[in-house]
Design a binder for this molecule. Sequence first.
Ligand code: FES
Length: 96
Amino acid sequence: MSVITTHDKIFTLQTDETLLEALERTGHQVEYQCRSGYCGLCRLKLLAGQVSYASQPLAFIGPDEILPCCCQVITDLTIDCKISHEAALSDIDLFQ
Ligand code: FES
C-alpha cells in the first residue's frame, strides 16, 4: 500500500480508491471536473515517486505533473498539495 505525503499530511492509499478520492477523503483541496483524464483540472505537481496510466490521458501534463483522478500509484508519492481551508479548521486527525 502506497504512502502519500503532501504539504500537510501523510496517509495511506486504500485499495479501490483513486489518488483523487484519497486526497478528498483526507481533506485536501483538489480541483476536478471530468475525473477521467480529459480536463486536466486535477493536475498536481509530483515531487517524488512514480505513477502510470492505464491509457494515456488526453489532458496535457508536464513531465513532473500527474492527474490524480486517473493515475495508478506505483510507489510512495510526495505531491504538491495542501489541505483545504475548511479541513484545516476542522478537528480531523493529521495522520489517517
Ligand atoms: S478531473 Fe479531469 S483530468 Fe482529472
